[in-house]
Design a protein around this ligand. Structure first.
Ligand SMILES: Cc1cc2nc3c(=O)[nH]c(=O)nc-3n(C[C@H](O)[C@H](O)[C@H](O)COP(=O)(O)O)c2cc1C
Length: 390
């Protein structure tokens, strides 16, 4: 990777330059008109700080814990199916997270097997969807336990919306000769990306090994997506059932309503991530940072509260912590870092967030992330949204 990446915006620019158009567009994602996608980042800009100038702490501490894992910054990796971004994919991300002392969420739709990712970062949680039969789900969870996953992240906020005003990428079922011929002009226009894959001697095969049936070949991304789509959506009893299958830390990701958060607490979850799937679910769902204060009031200390969606700077992390999150999860920020520079690019993104958190703590006169309170943030009237108030 050539040179330090100073901001996530710069990582995004480099990713756009380096990736074939359809791969970049698959990362950008978003649904429908992109109302949620936009709000996720612009909402952070509406929040202000009121910095001190003297009496500031000489040292600031960022260490905390998430789902029983000690982490050195309040940022963990949110699960994403990174697939064709970089030949080392999720293993590079896991290595970078381990090098910076933080935890990794691995998507069920990831391109690398859980075992390889755990070898790169033992602080890995496996993310699962509600898909297949209960027997299949119980078996997948058992496999995760045997492999040594440190926790489960259950993602339920997906409504199979389709169509984006800025166009959806054409993702082939598999990279056979026909698909490669169609993809070739795009790929040839991005020789550095192609060269990375050429060096690794394999093309992205778009398979999802963590969904494979025992003794069978891994299905393709679309095969797995079909299984997911055909599975009837879960009830809260099903969520309780899933929780009983895993006797360790368990996160429910994608909560934005107070009533759902309370049901999740009743179901015995360890953690909740306030999220709208990075603006990829039902468009016009408000930014998670707007929903966070009401959820923090509702759940108190009964579960760990995380937030994901729109984190692009260390100061965003600090705003989320001040409004009640214990830590945040990042998606596109590390994917752009991965595209720009593989493991080094992801480390760079984690480093720039660490520096940003440190600088915000200094300005606010806080010596630890645990000292942050709502008073550290200027919340304009009308900013927050209380969804599903009980
Ligand atoms: C390309 C892409 C793929 C994603 N895949 C998954 C996934 O497989 N499982 C999941 O729980 N969330 C998935 N997400 C959502 C992220 O985990 C996270 O909620 C979101 O990216 C946070 O928003 P941010 O990208 O603004 O940080 C995906 C997001 C993106 C952008």
């Amino acid at each position: 990777m050539s040179g330090w990446i100073e901001t996530v915006a710069e990582a995004q620019r480099r990713a756009r330059k380096r990736l074939p158009k359809s791969v970049y567009s698959a990362l950008l994602a978003g649904s429908e008109k992109g109302v949620s996608y936009d709000d996720n980042t612009t909402a952070f800009d509406e929040l202000g700080f009121a910095p001190h100038v003297a009496g500031l702490p000489a040292k600031r501490d960022q260490a905390t814990t998430v789902m029983g894992q000690r982490i050195s910054l309040p940022v963990i990796i949110s699960p994403t199916g990174v697939q064709a971004v970089h030949p080392d994919g999720e293993v590079a991300v896991a290595r970078a997270a381990a090098a910076r002392g933080t935890a990794m969420g691995l998507s069920s739709f990831a391109g690398k097997p859980l075992g390889d990712v755990l070898a790169a970062n033992p602080q890995t949680f496996l993310q699962v969807y509600w898909m297949g039969t209960k027997d299949t789900m119980a078996r997948r969870i058992q496999e995760a336990r045997e492999a040594g996953a440190k926790g489960i992240i259950v993602t339920l906020d997906w409504s199979f919306s389709y169509g984006r005003d800025w166009g959806s990428p054409r993702i082939p079922e598999r990279l056979d000769l026909k698909a490669m011929a169609r993809f070739a002009p795009e790929a040839l226009a991005r020789p550095r990306w192609l060269w990375d894959f050429a060096k690794s001697r394999h093309l992205p095969d778009l398979k999802v090994p963590n969904i494979a049936e025992p003794g069978r070949e891994a299905p393709t991304f679309f095969g797995a997506y079909g299984e997911w789509m055909m599975t009837p959506p879960p009830s809260w009893d099903d969520v309780r059932w899933l929780r009983e299958q895993w006797d360790g830390p368990f996160m429910l990701k994608g909560i934005c309503r107070v009533d759902d958060a309370l049901r999740a607490v009743d179901a015995g979850v360890t953690a909740i991530s306030v999220s709208n799937h990075g603006g990829n679910n039902l468009d016009a769902t408000p930014a998670p940072i707007r929903a966070l204060p009401a959820l923090a009031d509702a759940v108190g200390d009964r579960v760990e509260l995380l937030l994901d969606g729109g984190i692009r700077r260390g100061s965003d992390v600090v705003k989320a912590l001040a409004l009640g999150a214990k830590a945040v999860m990042i998606g596109r920020a590390y994917l752009w870092g991965l595209a720009a520079g593989g493991q080094t690019g992801v480390e760079n993104v984690l480093d720039l967030l660490t520096r940003g958190v440190d600088s915000a703590l200094l300005g606010l006169g806080r010596s630890s992330v645990h000292e942050l309170t709502r008073d550290d943030v200027v919340v304009p009237p009308g900013f927050t949204r209380t969804l599903g108030a009980v």
